[in-house]
Design a protein around this ligand. Structure first.
Ligand code: SF4
Length: 66
């Protein structure tokens, strides 16, 4: 499972980072989301899914679902 982020849509709310800090980070310069893993580790999939659902802007999308 992979997650992609649309930086044109992200508003830097940080909900994703709080929810799944091993998958997401925020850019120090712009506060926008960074996906920090190539593939979401199996132990982090539930939290990553939760973060995608909770993102207020809809910037996150799950791709390559197994
Ligand atoms: S929760 Fe959504 S809007 Fe907030 S930083 Fe993450 S991707 Fe951006």
């Amino acid at each position: 499972m992979k997650v992609v982020a649309d930086l044109d849509v992200c508003i830097g709310a940080g909900v994703c980072v709080l929810t799944a800090p091993k998958v997401f980070d925020q850019g120090a310069d712009d506060g926008l989301v960074r996906v920090i893993v190539e593939t979401v580790p199996s132990g982090e999939e539930r939290l990553a899914r939760e973060a995608v659902d909770l993102c207020p802007s809809g910037a996150l999308e799950i791709v390559d679902e197994d």
